[in-house]
Design a protein. Sequence first.
Length: 141
Amino acid sequence: MDKYIGDSIMAFWGAPAPAEDHVQRACRAALSIRRAIALDNERRSVRGETPVRVGVGIHTGAAIAGNIGAPGRINYTLVGDTVNIAQRLEELTKHYGMADSVEILISAEVSVRLGPGFVRSLRGSHELRGRHGAVEVSRLD
């Protein structure tokens, strides 16, 4: 996990040390979050509490990694369009009604690199805020 950004959490794999399986790691983490939230929501339901809903956006690509910030407030993080696309995918989860407690949307780049063993369903092309051109989106099931 890198940091909290408002109601979001940013996490990344493959930096500072390269990880060929970074896409699989990210998707396994998202699926683990889905399972944990589902269990917690079962307990919340028994107590009459509102369920927790979480949106996850996953994208892969080039990014700038390094220590970024001001003196006294340096943070190792990623910046770039890849980060922005992942964040926009997370925003897009709100448009799908969150059928599960955790909605996971992935880009076509993630879907291609993911390989077998992960179930996904195509959600079509979407215009993402602040971007020109559509992005192919799938749901990680």
